[in-house]
Design a protein around this ligand. Structure first.
Ligand SMILES: NC(=O)c1ccc[n+]([C@@H]2O[C@H](COP(=O)([O-])OP(=O)(O)OC[C@H]3O[C@@H](n4cnc5c(N)ncnc54)[C@H](O)[C@@H]3O)[C@@H](O)[C@H]2O)c1
Length: 331
């Protein structure tokens, strides 16, 4: 198919574009920043750019990964988030309907499920970890990123309802390679933290890309569906109280070998785990399961093999690289 891939210069885009081509698709990349997989440098917030992309490239399906996201909150005002994440998504949906497309994949985020009180975790008085599925309600996103992504999800739902466009929304967990932007809140900010997150909230960028390919394939049979995408957690819902009280003891129950493997590297487990993303629905309905899980990380530690996930403290989103972000000339 002829696919319009937004965010093609970004971290996800650079892994997803080659995978789509390998699956036989023709990919047109659209991004505000140039990149190896980007054919059109322009903004999704600009309707004329979007319409031209459809007309010039005979677009048959959209994968919409381009966005302002969490680290951009300190760089851009709220209006830019509305322009890019909400208006940009609307532009693409309307163009897809006008072109008679039969499928659309939207990259969303698990972040929109995290209210201020879930985020406060044990310190905020939580007595158990939040067990998060697609059924989670009410959704009370705590920042402009989550609010605009949730609005975009609703625009997707509406376009399915009103126009029958088949849409898969992927609420992905973390797959960024850089350090956490909340580094000041955590003791360690390197591969140890990323490895820990595979227990409850992370996936590899390769798995994130593969989930999008699966979503594109399945969209016409799904109609409108939303999926959490994260490495399969080893935990059960019944672990939630123990996870917030004493997470290392729960990990030790599932992975008796983990403590020694971690100690050999000077790594530690988080004292408390405040949330678990459960990705069972994607397995059931989308037929997708992340390949890399926490067990794979322990296996790499045991074998002395390279860690099976990317860690690159120097990674900067192409968006963040733009010279004068607050001028927002391109947005
Ligand atoms: N990285 C993560 O851990 C993570 C987690 C959950 C969801 N997501 C979502 O995954 C998607 C891809 O994120 P990523 O990690 O590759 O981030 P990234 O910042 O590396 O890539 C995003 C890309 O979108 C582009 N972009 C920004 N504004 C645009 C506009 N107006 N028009 C067109 N393109 C624009 C940027 O230039 C950038 O290349 C985003 O929708 C993000 O919200 C990412």
């Amino acid at each position: 198919m002829r696919i319009l891939l937004t965010g093609s210069s970004g971290w996800l885009g650079r892994f997803l574009a080659p995978r789509l081509r390998a699956a036989g698709h023709r990919v047109t990349g659209l991004d505000v920043a140039p990149g190896a997989d980007t054919d059109i440098v322009g903004s999704v917030a600009d309707r004329a750019t979007v319409d031209r992309a459809f007309a010039d490239h005979g677009i048959e399906a959209v994968i919409h990964g381009g966005a302002l996201h969490k680290p951009d909150i300190v760089l851009y005002p709220a209006q830019a988030f509305v322009d890019v994440n909400v208006t940009g998504t609307l532009n693409l949906l309307e163009a897809a309907v006008a072109a008679g497309n039969d499928r659309f994949v939207f990259t969303s985020t698990t972040s929109l499920m995290i209210s201020a009180s879930i985020r406060a975790g044990k310190g905020g008085g939580a007595r158990e970890a939040a067990w998060l599925t697609e059924e989670m309600a009410p959704l009370l996103p705590r920042n402009i990123y989550g609010v605009t992504k949730l609005s975009a999800e609703h625009l997707c739902r509406l376009h399915h309802l009103e126009h029958g466009l088949n849409i898969v929304v992927l609420r992905t967990g973390r797959f960024f390679p850089e350090d956490d932007d909340m580094a000041h809140e955590i003791a360690e900010n390197g591969p140890n933290t990323k490895a820990n997150e595979f227990l409850n909230r992370r996936l590899t960028v390769e798995d994130a890309a593969d989930a999008h390919v699966a979503a594109l394939d399945r969209a016409p049979t799904l109609g409108f569906e939303t999926f959490i995408v994260a490495a399969p957690t080893p935990f059960l819902r019944s672990d939630c109280a123990a996870l917030i009280a004493d997470a290392p003891s729960v990990v030790a129950r599932y992975f008796p070998e983990a403590e020694a493997l971690y100690a050999a590297r000077g790594w530690t487990f988080p004292a408390h785990i405040d949330r678990v993303y459960a990705a069972e629905k994607a397995e059931r309905l989308l037929g997708f399961r992340c390949r890399t899980d926490f067990a794979a990380i322990l296996a790499a530690l045991a074998d002395g093999a390279p860690l099976p996930f990317a860690h690159d403290p120097a990674y900067l989103s192409p968006g963040a690289n733009r010279a004068t972000p607050m001028s927002r000339g391109l947005l």
